[in-house]
Design a protein around this ligand. Structure first.
Ligand code: GAL
Length: 695
């Protein structure tokens, strides 16, 4: 990012500071356009015309197999993979690579019938059954054995296949199981963690309501309401169990495949039934399924979900599924507007995706999702959206070389933490308080000004960031405390949002008031928090505004701690009290916001944060409705501009840049551009410009 700013300020080409990017894998284009293809649902005679249409749309990969267990193993031990081999070869003839999915999200009927113990038990005690999907118990050893066997068979067969580029394990991990056996496993897990019941009882404060446990088998599962220590441990157990569930197949695949076949699983944005940082650890790259459902795409909110996914492994990721216009499972399955699907694809690339894959290629004739958007109808002919996706494919081919080896390099990080989100969701105190919205209230103005933001865990390395924001970071482990303190003392600028640093790693209240172990460094603490029934006025450095939903009354202890914002007249308790404070620590600083960030105040606060931290806006004046994303690497910066406003917008650059794809009207060119050297251009609604600066 620093380079882009210098481009505007000094108009100088700069050597990259990026980490050396990995060369693209053989056969893998730098930008991938894909479709979820289900050859098992179709007569093989249809494959050829489907694949020919894919090739014409510049689709260069398909994901295949993730629900096809009954076709791959029609009865136990009877493996049938020849059809899959034929599908892979057919795709290859059309220059389409294959991502293989292991089929464990859809166990076949024979399996469920023969091994009913593999079925999942819902939280209400009801056993799941055959006929939908994901009916398995993620901790069941028999299920894992059978899933491992099919994954092994696939890997043995296709691990050296030149047309297979990678693997997706299972599909959208989601549902845990609540059987008596699961409970016993949870109890064993707790025993391994806490060693003694005395320790557990103390750390969970089980003297409360006579919860004290005298033996491990007394401990229940609680997942929505209960002892906060127990609730947190159940989610951690769920996470660990998904991790070992995944590891089971991962190890089986890794043992047989070439390392160029990279392994992932498709995650789900803000979905939070498990800690994604831990589950992603074992994967080669992260990927996710980007669906809007009802309404239109909000580029900042969708961008944040990409950034979240990029943060799981802190590198580029894939969009493994996205909607071809519309879905079938939302309240109103409206279509994205004409042009918006293309804008959405570039939103993904701008935030660090290497792939955009449409779910699904062709309408299945029957099955639960007949109304879902596709690129080809049940008749095998293109639907209207097909040509827009074809244009995306053409864009990707044009822009691939420019984007190869680039990633998002931000000076700004927002910390995201599953434990903190869970802790708040179990005790919201104000139903309207949403930790994700709280994060987005910082993200929106920071991304608009800085052009890129990383979203990472609170134990991620932070020294490369000029600014680190921690919204609603409710729980702090000792490792996080050390990380944050070292960041500030090392010259970093740390900003806490509301509800931060209240509890420890057991979901137990700190005995120091917020921000707990960092209160002394701040020279202030939270005297009291308040759920609000009406908004509270605030004023100060960031202008007049209001705090909604929540407000924390801050007490200042150190003369070095400056008050930035103050509450106005409200419930009496908050009147004239500090709403945001900051303290300089060497070259760094620590700031705490007791107020929420709304409207113009949010923008002013973001400007202040960036200025304090020395982060320049990526482009001084961004026209309203125009979204910017930046990728850098290989001595170049790529700025992706997308116009979401209904009106045509003009963008003026301070220095000419090359148009890598162009649906913009060139207004002026300058002398410094290497290719077409555009300095000023217009974009219609949903118009995209991919501007390159560098070689
Ligand atoms: C995803 C799922 C796909 C398909 C899609 C429909 O969550 O992974 O298999 O069901 O939703 O939008």
């Amino acid at each position: 990012m620093r380079r882009v700013v210098l481009v505007f300020a000094l108009a100088l080409p700069l050597a990259t500071l990026a980490q050396a990017p990995l060369p693209p894998e053989p056969r893998t284009p730098p930008l991938l356009l894909g479709a979820a293809w289900y050859p098992e649902q179709w007569d093989e005679a249809t494959w050829e015309s489907d694949l020919a249409l894919m090739e014409q749309a510049h689709i260069n990969f398909v994901r295949v197999g993730e629900f096809a267990w009954s076709k791959m193993e029609p009865s136990e031990g009877n493996f049938k993979l020849d059809w899959l081999e034929r599908a892979i070869r057919a795709a290859e003839r059309h220059h389409i690579a294959v991502m293989l999915g292991t089929p464990s999200a859809a166990p076949p009927a024979w399996l469920t019938q023969k091994y009913p113990e593999t079925l999942r038990t819902n939280a209400d005690g009801r056993k799941d059954g055959h006929g939908n999907r994901q009916q398995f118990d993620w901790s069941d050893p028999k299920y894992r054995e059978l899933a491992r066997i099919i994954a092994t068979k696939m890997a043995e067969r296709f691990g050296h296949d030149p047309n297979v580029i990678g693997w997706q394990i299972d599909n959208e991990y989601a549902n845990e199981s609540y059987s008596d056996i699961d409970r016993t496993r949870f109890q064993q897990w707790l025993k391994a963690k806490y060693k003694t019941l005395d320790n557990l009882n103390k750390r969970w404060t089980t003297a409360y309501w006579s919860e004290t446990y005298q033996s491990w088998d007394q401990i229940p599962i609680q997942s929505t309401y209960g002892n906060p220590g127990l609730l947190l441990n159940w989610r951690e157990f769920v996470t660990d169990t998904w991790r070992s569930y995944q590891r089971n197949q991962l190890d089986a695949i890794r043992a047989h495949v070439e390392p160029r076949q990279r392994i992932t699983t498709n995650m789900m944005g803000w979905f939070n039934a498990y800690d994604h940082y831990l589950v992603a650890q074992d994967l080669d790259f992260a990927s996710w399924d980007d669906y809007i459902g009802t309404g239109q795409m909000n580029p900042a909110e969708n961008g944040a979900r990409h950034d979240l996914t990029r943060g799981f492994l802190r590198k580029n990721f894939w969009v493994m599924e996205t909607q071809p216009g519309f879905v079938n499972w939302s309240a109103n399955n409206n279509a994205l507007n004409k042009g918006e699907v293309r804008a959405m694809a570039w939103n993904a690339i701008g935030h660090g995706s290497e792939a955009v894959e449409y779910w699904q290629w062709r309408s299945a004739l029957n099955g639960q999702e007949q109304y879902h958007g596709t690129l080809v109808g049940a008749d095998g002919k293109p639907v209207p959206l097909y040509s827009e996706v074809q244009q995306i494919g053409a864009d990707f081919e044009k822009a691939g070389d420019a984007l190869a080896g680039t990633t998002v390099e931000s000076d700004v990080a927002i910390l995201q933490d599953y434990e903190s989100r869970w802790a708040i969701e179990w005790q919201k105190h104000n139903q309207a308080f949403d930790p994700v919205q709280s994060l987005l209230s910082f993200y929106r103005p920071l991304h608009a000004l800085a052009g890129s933001v990383d979203i990472v865990s609170d134990t991620a390395p932070l020294s490369r960031y000029k600014l680190v924001v921690a919204p609603a970071l409710n729980l702090l482990t000792p490792a996080a405390v050390t990380n944050l303190e070292a960041y500030v003392r090392g010259g970093g600028h740390l900003v806490f949002g509301q509800r931060s640093a209240m509890k420890d790693e057991d979901n137990t209240l700190f005995t120091q008031r917020q921000p707990g172990p960092l209160a002394e460094l701040l020279g202030a603490n939270v005297a009291q928090w308040y759920a609000l029934d009406k908004s509270v006025p605030v004023s100060g450095t960031w202008g007049p505004g209001e705090s909604k939903i929540w407000a924390e009354q801050i007490a200042v202890q150190s003369p070095e701690t400056k008050i930035l914002m103050t509450y106005g007249k409200s419930n009496g308790w908050l009147d004239d009290q500090p709403a945001a404070v900051t303290r300089k620590i060497g070259r760094g600083s620590i700031t705490y916001l007791g107020m929420s960030l709304e409207g113009a105040t949010a923008e002013a606060a973001a400007k202040w944060m960036l200025k304090e931290a020395g982060v320049e806006p990526v482009i001084p004046k961004v026209p309203k409705g125009v979204d910017i994303a930046v990728r850098s690497g290989n001595s170049k910066d790529i700025l992706i501009f997308t116009n979401y406003s209904p009106e045509t917008r003009t963008i003026n650059l301070l220095t000419p840049m090359d148009n890598v794809i162009c649906d913009c009207k060139v207004l002026a060119t300058g002398p410094l551009g290497i290719g077409n050297g555009v300095k000023s251009f217009t974009l219609p609604q949903y118009g995209v410009a991919v501007m390159m600066y560098g070689k």
